[in-house]
Design a protein around this ligand. Sequence first.
Ligand code: AMP
Ligand code: MG
Length: 312
Amino acid sequence: MDKLLLQAVEYLKQGDVISAPTDTVYGLFGDATNDNAIKKIYEVKGRPSHNPLIVHVNGIDMASKIAEFNNEAECIADYFWNIVKKPLTIVLKSTSNNISKYVTAGLSTVALRCPYNNIAIDLINAFNGPLAAPSANTSNRISPTSYSMVKNDIGDKIPLILDGGDCIVGIESTIIDLTRKPYVILRPGGVSKEDIEVFLKTSIVFDNQNDNDTVIAPGMLKKHYSPILPLRINATTPCVGEAFIAFGKTDCNYDANLSTNSNLYEAARNLFITLSRLDNPSKYTGIAIMPIPNIGIGVGINDRIKRAAYKE
Ligand code: AMP
Ligand code: MG
């Protein structure tokens, strides 16, 4: 086995936390059954400890030791995790006393995901148990989609980062609550509502709580994913001093284009890495970004941009 992977597993067994890539963004991994490891995750991120984490598993077998699967939940997990390999996190009733209470923040449910990334899966296999993993960034800041983004943000707080290059999806997973009917999307992300509905042959809903002030889930805070510079959304032209992020064909001069041929998957992949590259107060006064179509995974992209641009 790869030496760094072995080292990573050693750290995890000791209750330490490490970073590794997933298909969506880089994760900050810790043993989901170890209270101290989970406390360390919250500490490194500076994340409020009352907010639950997603548990990463290598498949349905491991997941079914943690949560109650009915036939439909099993079909959904099998389709999105094994067949189309898209980033879907499912929330189910928890059945395990082994998972740290800090992971689920005392809830009776648990959020589960099987990442589509060789390093992440090798890590879970080698560790041979479920791993909690939020994004490997300081809470509220830009989510990392490359090794150097993790290194520059929390590199001095953790013993190891596994380098898997740039993440292929680029925004976080879609979270769906399967304990309620109709099923509820708690967070839009790398798999679209339409893709889920086509598979289910039925309608699902977005959680409109997301826009309330009272929501406590971190991915759902009004301000999140933020660059240091102010972010201006739905911009058609740049103002003096601003970095300009384009989408699709445009006559404007731009500093980055998320996708010159208007491909939303490419735009998602480029979003956080572009924000991070342009977030340079010694060069720019702000960042402006063109409108992104609010369809398919554009909904997930717009969710991130809106929160990144939120002014308190
Ligand atoms: P993050 O780790 O920042 O990608 O976000 C994890 C997201 O999963 C947060 O927005 C949590 O609120 C959500 N989450 C985790 N566990 C649960 C759960 N049991 N029920 C509902 N949402 C959850
Ligand atoms: Mg995050």
